[in-house]
Design a protein around this ligand. Sequence first.
Ligand SMILES: Cc1ncc(COP(=O)(O)O)c(C=O)c1O
Length: 402
Amino acid sequence: MLYNTGGDTMKNFYTQAVHAGEQPDPSSGAADLPIYQSSTFTHRDTEESAAVVQALQAGERKGYLYTRWGNPTVQALEEKLAALEGGQAALAFSSGMAAIATVLLSLVKSGDKIVAARQLYSGTSHLLTERLPALGVETTFVASDRIENFAQAIRPTTKLIYIETPSNPLLEITDIQAIARLAQEHQLVSIIDNTFATPFNQRPLELGIDLVVYSTTKYLCGHGDAMGGAVIGRQEFIDRVLTGFHRDLGGVLSPFNAWLTARGMRTLPLRLERHNANALTLAQFLQQHSGVRQVYYPGLPSHPGHELARRQMPGGFGGMLSFEVQGGLEAGKRALNRVQLCTRAVSLGDVKTLITHPASTTHYIVPPEARRAAGISDGLIRLSVGIEDVQDLMDDLAQALR
Ligand SMILES: Cc1ncc(COP(=O)(O)O)c(C=O)c1O
């Protein structure tokens, strides 16, 4: 948990991606971030141990005690996350779900209500529909294309609004600034899952959102080799999560995965430029392909959220797109089984292009009626467009759709 230096973070995003959170190691002079692969830390004497504990209890980062309470490699990553997002502080977690669950559990108690967008990552939906009701917390899900839907669902016991934009897997776009205003009017906490967009494409804190959550497993790490999660926002919120729940629930990130994620984040802007460009080219290619019925990509003028996405995604429209092939489920499966360069796998945000069938994989745990109500057809295919040569990707999709 460290602090952003402030200023226009977007202007020097490329520099921050490389340098934020990383100083030469004071003990050895190592110029690159060391992996402090240690679960515990020693002190000169008991007085120093006591001072470290007291400072950590008071929310100050003065020294280290035990990696669940803080670790230098993880802290370097948290500083980079806060700097790139333009937030005051960040906390790293062992997975995106650890981050989301910890944040939600820290902000609601029995009897409270949540208003959430209907289209969310399936793990988040499952948490809201199956786990939190057992603790007395109910969620109302609304179609996120109209702000009035959120406004109408707010009750006196509502505590927070939760959105994901672009959403998984249909890339629906929600008006971030309008959600932030609505939450402020009703004194609710606003939370956004910014995993699909990343801080390069979309900057929710600058639009008034209170907390941004991530699966860093995806674009932030970027290489498909480390699970992780994060929450970023104002100090007061991060302190609430930190002191109340992060240590108690224990979903902390390992130093090695923090190191992999920080290493990946150094090239975040370069990778995102390429993900954005490749995805737009593929979306245009698929849209005019006779074997494709519909393409969902916010960068296409035909997408219902295109104008809004243009306003609130200044960096680009992202590397995720979904499409339905002509012929429905069977034709979709056939195309999926024929790809050669694209990798058939769940997850996203990897440098490699990943292709998946949400109804049988990522969204399988969502009951079929709920899936269809959310607009996720059985024939939908989701593509996480990588940074390969775009012509090679087009050739692969063309042969798979033939
Ligand atoms: C948008 C989004 N949020 C959160 C998660 C959960 O992250 P993790 O798998 O790192 O727990 C995912 C995973 O796919 C996701 O796509």
